[in-house]
Design a protein around this ligand. Sequence first.
Ligand SMILES: [Mn+2]
Length: 279
Amino acid sequence: MATYAIGDIQGCLRQFDALLEKLNFSALDELWLAGDLINRGPESLQLLRRVKALSSQCQIVLGNHDLHFLAILFGGHKAGAKDTFADLLQAPDVYEIGHWLRKQKLAHQDNGHIMVHAGIPGFWASAQAFAYAEEVEAVIGQAEGITLAAGEVSYKEFFSKMYGNEPPRWDESLNGMDRLRIITNYFTRMRYVDAACTMNFAEKGGIENAPVGFMPWFEQAPEQKGQERAETILFGHWASLNGVTHSAKHIALDTGCVWGRFLTAYCLETGEVTRQSAH
Ligand SMILES: [Mn+2]
């Protein structure tokens, strides 16, 4: 049995199927999917149906594009001009898919590995990061029709107020929607941060494009010297890294399949990388 982590599929069903075939993926193997399962690519609906059917063998973390779909479905937002999941929004099973998708996680860990879509702030110890992820998961994955305490955020309210770049940096005293939004932004949208872990959302280039005063999140030092994370972090989201982090503890899985490059699988047991060309 093997565990394969795969980066941003973004509706590239054909390449996903070809990659599984290349891996000889069997009923004994497990898949870790690093989010952004959909959007920009051609087959978001069929991809989600395929992954949902495989879900007993899948660990999934949500990416910004997955959350964007959920914000349209449950938060009253409209699709944008660049969105390519009209088929999904019109499907008879869209709510069944949406309710299943909103019960997925922001962070998953097992066997010395952590998977997130974008990253984890350097100054969050792993246990802390998982506690924050669970705060958001508890809201977005809420059971239907439960009674909320005063001040508690419903999943529909979360999806209606999810968008935004504020607050700009972490503060433990944040609460309500501001707290949920910044936790979600760290896990699903972060690329460059400054020393105070303020996110820069404008720059999307590679490591060498860091804006003045900013660094890739995975180069940020831990709060206390000697507190380096024990786990290896697997992440997607940052296609322009093209798999390069210069750090054995940070595995970048998004190699831009939807932009005509590759879909990448990383075997957790062997460290072997398998690639499927977009063409
Ligand atoms: Mn992303």
